[in-house]
Design a protein around this ligand. Structure first.
Ligand code: HEC
Length: 244
């Protein structure tokens, strides 16, 4: 802002200030009336329509897919696509905090006196890009698959029927909660169990099956799965045996 602009601004400001009314009590009174009005509307709405409750919580479900509220889908998506655990804090806390700090410091680095948006191409582009990015991430987050799944392609050496077993076993891993304790490829938690990304190198199928049936605590036994759904269990073992 140059000297002439500054003087013009200060002149306009003092004229407006001498004509206007002070914030207290005029604006405060208006705000208070409006706040009371909004509260009354909300109370009336809740009395007339009530709040919608979802289905009752079911502690026995094993197929529940945790999801954030829709307005957090963009953050959820950032967390979902950034897989290596070391980057997780950066993705979830770092990126939003940097954006907030950038916004907070805006008056310090954007010193342009220009107010018409057409003459502020950088601000306009940055604003539109932010809206577009959040809209895209929100959409992707809403459309994302189950967080309990393994994103891994079958090795190219497998035959068509082996690929089928591989994919079926992958599904069983997702449903059985292995990722809560094991890393497989880029999915899952690092510990308390060891990574299984290359477990096929270490254990033969027979050893994998007996680990699943008679594991060392805290790993739960999957004996029940082997008895109730032998096919699923076999697919699971075959899938793990292919991880090399
Ligand atoms: C509650 C956590 C937990 C869950 C859930 C879990 N595991 Fe484990 N798993 C462990 C731990 C801990 C070990 C290491 C045990 C030990 O020290 O011998 C282990 C060991 C293993 C091993 C042997 C690894 C090795 O290098 O010898 C295999 C294979 C395995 N788990 C597969 C699975 C599969 C497949 C599932 C899902 C069907 C699963 N685990 C679910 C905690 C878990």
């Amino acid at each position: 802002m140059n000297q002439a602009e500054k003087e013009l601004y200060l002149r306009e400001y003092s004229v407006l200030k001498s004509q206007g009314k002070p914030f207290y009590p005029y604006a405060v009174a208006k705000d208070a009336v409006m706040a009371v009005f909004v509260m009354i509307v909300i109370i009336l709405l809740s009395l007339l329509f009530g709040a919608e409750l979802g289905p009752k919580a079911d502690p026995t479900t094993s197929t529940y897919v945790p999801r954030p509220e829709w307005y957090f889908f963009f953050l959820f998506e950032v967390l979902r696509v950034i897989k290596p655990p070391v980057f997780t804090p950066f993705a979830t806390i770092g990126v939003p905090t940097l954006c907030m700090i950038g916004l907070f410091l805006l008056p310090f680095y954007d010193r342009s006196p220009e107010r018409w948006i057409g003459r502020r191409p950088v601000a306009l582009a940055a604003g539109l890009a932010t809206i577009a990015a959040i809209a895209y991430l929100t959409y992707e987050g809403a459309a994302a698959g189950s967080p309990n799944s393994v994103d891994m392609k079958p090795p190219a050496t497998l035959s068509a029927s082996q690929v089928q077993t591989f994919n079926a076993g992958k599904l069983v891993v997702g449903q059985s909660g292995c990722l809560a304790c094991h890393v497989i490829g880029e999915n899952g938690n690092n510990g308390p169990g060891p990574p299984l990304t290359k477990i096929g190198d270490k254990l033969r199928p027979g050893a994998i099956a007996s680990t699943l049936i008679n594991p060392t605590a805290p790993m739960p036994s999957f004996k029940q799965l082997s008895e109730q759904s032998p096919q699923k269990f076999q697919n699971l073992v075959n899938f793990l045996a292919e991880l090399r």
